[in-house]
Design a binder for this molecule. Structure first.
Ligand SMILES: Cc1ncc(COP(=O)(O)O)c(C=O)c1O
Length: 386
């Protein structure tokens, strides 16, 4: 089979074919894992040529398996180019370190994943890059913080773990009016849920560790956007010089995971919707947050921006005083009684996960088990309160 033209291919086809190459040496149909630190040459002249042509010399600088993944990820988001990193945090740090200069200001969401929040507070302030944290649900608050030296607007949508949905198109307009780079961490809503670049974002970040790999067995991160921005990140590039490069084996696992991305994400979303609806009807539950529920304040944006798919995370609070228990005591009892759920942090993998958040909220990362089994497990766990 010659390499096929994917320009008119549908999303699920691209996730199988983009970046895929049949091994030209042994004709292996499955892509080989180029699990090597370095690349060897017959002559010094050949090595010089590889250096001049930006060929493969050393895996931290470039590797065929890793490049295949970058091509598939660019196709996934409809971006010109992609840089992958050793984890999602590698992608966040790499992007900001590459694009910011001393004296710049970043306007970031108050609702960022707490490790990104720590990174901005601890590292960037030290480098004379100021960061203002605002509520990206309030456009006037964002507008009010943009200054002459603001170069970047940064937010996640849906936000982790509160699940509020930020309007990407609205923020893109504001960003363009102020000459800023709009960066969206879309880890909670990977394609086919949302496509931030098509809504005007300049750069999309993903923790590949979650839905995109989908099997909970590899860390990875990605930054996707225009060639102009990705070239700044690639060279003089941070994954190379900070050592945040992705291993070829992880790149291969993620490439394999992506072949089933569309069907997995669709199932995570439909099962999460069933679970959210069940929880809304449960008398012990005070409140459920899930963007695709009509009761969610951002349901209108979810319909527009997320193909009406709410993602795989469902958050909820139990009522205070169930059998005289505090909310936290009841949270612990419920979590400990689940059987199908694992008590673990993360999301987007085949196994369903449950955890207690700081504000006594319970967060479910719905897996790929049958949704009736997931709901039955919750029902048997709730029976502890009977
Ligand atoms: C929204 C978001 N961004 C980035 C990250 C970091 O990803 P990783 O754990 O792959 O470094 C996470 C991790 O949970 C996340 O939820």
């Amino acid at each position: 089979m010659s390499s096929c033209d994917l320009s008119n291919a549908r999303f699920d086809t691209k996730m199988i074919h983009a970046g895929h190459v049949v091994d030209p040496v042994n004709r292996s149909m499955a892509m080989p894992i180029h699990q090597t630190a370095t690349f060897a040459f017959d002559t010094v002249e050949q090595m010089d040529k590889a250096w001049d042509d930006l060929g493969y010399l050393y895996t931290r600088e470039g590797n065929p398996t890793v490049i295949a993944l970058e091509k598939r990820l660019a196709a996934m988001e409809g971006g010109e180019s992609c840089v992958v990193t050793g984890s999602g945090m590698g992608a966040v740090a790499t992007t900001l370190l590459s694009l910011c200069r001393k004296g710049d200001n970043i306007v970031a969401s108050k609702g960022l994943f707490f490790h990104s929040d720590i990174l901005l507070k601890e590292l960037f302030e030290k480098m004379d890059i100021t960061v203002d944290f605002v509520d990206f649900k309030n456009i006037d608050e964002v507008k009010g913080e943009i200054k002459d030296n603001t170069s970047i607007l940064l937010f996640e949508t849906p936000e982790n773990p509160a699940l509020s949905v930020v309007d990407i198109a609205e923020m893109s307009k504001l960003s363009k009016e102020n000459n800023c780079i709009l960066i969206v961490d879309s880890t909670f809503a990977p394609p086919p849920i949302s496509f931030p670049l098509s809504l005007g974002a300049d750069i999309v970040i993903h923790s590949l560790t979650k839905y995109i790999n989908g099997h909970g067995d590899a860390l990875g991160g990605a930054v996707i956007g225009s060639k102009k921005h990705m070239d700044i990140i690639k060279y003089p590039g941070m994954p190379c010089f900070t050592g945040a490069a992705l291993s070829p084996f992880n790149a291969w696992l993620i490439l394999r995971g992506m072949e089933t991305l569309e069907m997995r994400v669709t199932k995570h979303c439909s099962s999460a919707m069933e679970v959210a609806s069940y929880l809304e009807s449960n008398p012990h539950v005070e409140k459920v947050i899930y963007p695709a529920l009509e009761s969610h304040p951002d349901n209108g944006i979810c319909k527009r921006q997320m193909n009406n798919m709410g993602g795989g995370i469902v958050s909820f609070w139990l009522k205070d005083g169930i059998n005289g228990l505090s909310v936290r005591e009841a949270d612990y009892m419920l979590c400990n009684k689940t059987k199908l759920f694992s008590i673990a942090t993360s999301l987007g993998e085949a196994h369903s996960l449950i955890q207690v958040e700081n504000d006594d909220m319970l967060r479910l990362a719905i897996g790929l088990e049958n949704h009736e089994d997931i709901i039955n497990d919750l029902k048997q766990a709730f029976s502890i309160f009977d």
